[in-house]
Design a protein around this ligand. Structure first.
Ligand code: UD1
Length: 419
């Protein structure tokens, strides 16, 4: 199994080009199921989850080609199966995103029921009840969701919790439904907006993206288009956190500052100098003292749960006490125990972590438990004294493209080793 070996204390300074967003490319690839003709997705990050999605589409019979620049072109004229099997769904919960578009266009779909995952039970009840409200006939049996509908019908759907993939699934179903669908309490994440923009280019009629109410006028068909994925705001925030935690400087290029307001404010509160341009962000911590910050995760535009672990790592080195509250997922504190193995001083009470910053942490062998937890351990390793070995980095590879190569370019001493 591959690991990352990090020698802490190297100064981090430089520029890094941000990849397309993982959480945008997955729904966009699912949206290609709606397209008549060729559809091309550009600015695609080279991630394990993208490969899993390609395998999922190919398993359904979709023709998928990937060019030298990793642009992905799909054509659905060869589709011959409407099944998302367990072996793919279990490695990537976002496989659930094929549910809405496949049902809307082909009238039937079977998706293995995603089970719990490391960060919580993560149910899909809102996806299913929304589709039922649009007239789908849904059964859950022997671990599979089976859905059928001649043609979905527009409905007013109030989602009782803000759900990102739930909103995306219902949006991709509503675009081909008969009549008007109103999605209330919709997720406002930039990745939802990117999906809506792409669907509109394909011929859909969606208004309100980026607000809690989406109004969708169903159409008969959608055409294939070219679409470029928005920058990954979580990858951006993670590289900026590398500057903050090491007392260095990082400029992220091809980034989207307007998707990171809450995060950039927390970097400022932590004592960093933050500058932004149209498509870049710089965090400079040189000669400054890192201060603890209180964090409460919230749906967008609040502070993202996907940045919680990275700020927790920052707090372990910061001056003062920071309180970190996770409100989105019930079990997203597993990095706490690993950070404590490196000498962090954290008291965990349910989903609240009280972090007392320490002047130093020490390198140790640690284990990644999920994608963003793995990022927090890498960050801590960059700043800790001595050698940190991060195990189970297949989690990291799900969401960060060539992380060690890019961190190395910024000055980090980091190697990928096997065994
Ligand atoms: C997406 C992101 C993930 C991010 C999360 C929250 C993708 C591929 N993944 O995950 O990186 O951490 O948003 O920003 O975009 N819930 C229900 N019933 C449902 C659906 C969700 O109760 O039917 C609950 C979940 O258990 C959770 C909350 O709603 O407590 C938010 O989850 P959701 O936004 O759906 O997360 P994902 O879309 O899976």
């Amino acid at each position: 199994m591959e690991k990352l070996v990090i020698e802490g204390g190297a100064p981090i300074d430089g520029e890094v080009v941000i990849s397309g967003a993982k959480n945008a490319v997955l729904p966009l690839l699912a949206a290609t199921l709606l397209a008549d003709g060729d559809m091309t997705i550009k600015n695609v990050p080279q991630l394990r989850d993208v490969n899993t999605t390609i395998r999922l589409l190919e398993g359904m019979g979709v023709t998928v080609s990937v060019d030298d620049e990793y642009n992905i072109t799909t054509n659905t004229s060869t589709i011959n199966s409407y099944v998302a099997p367990y072996d793919l769904v279990k490695t990537m919960r976002a496989s659930i995103l094929v549910l809405g578009p496949t049902l809307a266009r082909y009238g039937e779909v079977e998706v293995s029921l995603p089970g719990g995952c490391a960060i919580g039970s993560r149910p899909v009840n809102i996806h299913l009840s929304g589709l039922e409200a649009m007239g789908a006939d849904i059964t859950v049996h022997e671990g599979f969701i089976r859905a059928k509908a001649k043609r979905l019908k527009g409905a007013r759907i109030v989602m009782d919790k803000v759900t990102v993939t739930g909103t995306e699934n219902l949006l991709m179903a509503a675009v081909l439904a008969e009549g008007t669908t109103i999605l209330e309490n919709a997720a406002r994440e930039p990745e939802v907006v990117d999906l809506a923009d792409c669907l509109n280019k394909m011929g859909a009629s969606i208004i309100g993206a980026g607000t809690p109410t989406l109004v969708v006028q169903g159409v008969e068909s959608l055409k294939g288009v070219e679409h470029s994925v928005v920058p990954d705001r979580i990858e951006t925030g993670t590289f900026l956190a590398a500057a903050a935690i090491t007392g260095g400087r990082v400029k992220t290029l091809k980034a989207a500052p307007d998707t990171l307001d809450a995060v950039l404010q927390k970097f400022r509160d932590a004592g960093a100098a933050v500058e932004t341009g149209e498509d870049w962000i710089e965090v400079d911590m040189r000669g400054r003292t890192l201060k603890s910050v209180d964090i409460t995760t919230d749906p967008h535009p609040g502070f993202p749960t996907d940045m919680q672990a990275q700020f927790m790592a920052m707090n372990t080195f910061a001056q003062g006490i920071g309180v970190v509250v996770e409100t989105i997922f019930e079990n997203r504190m597993m990095h706490v125990a690993e950070l404590m193995r490196m000498g962090a001083n954290i008291r965990l009470e349910g989903n609240t972590a009280i972090v007392a910053g320490m002047p130093e942490l020490y390198g140790a062998p640690v284990m990644a438990t999920d994608l963003r937890a793995s990022a927090s351990l890498i960050l801590a390793g960059l700043a800790a004294k001595g050698t940190t070995i991060v195990d189970r980095i297949y989690h990291t590879d799900r969401g960060y493209e060539k992380i060690e190569i890019r961190l190395k370019k910024l000055g980090a001493q980091i190697e990928r080793v096997s065994g």
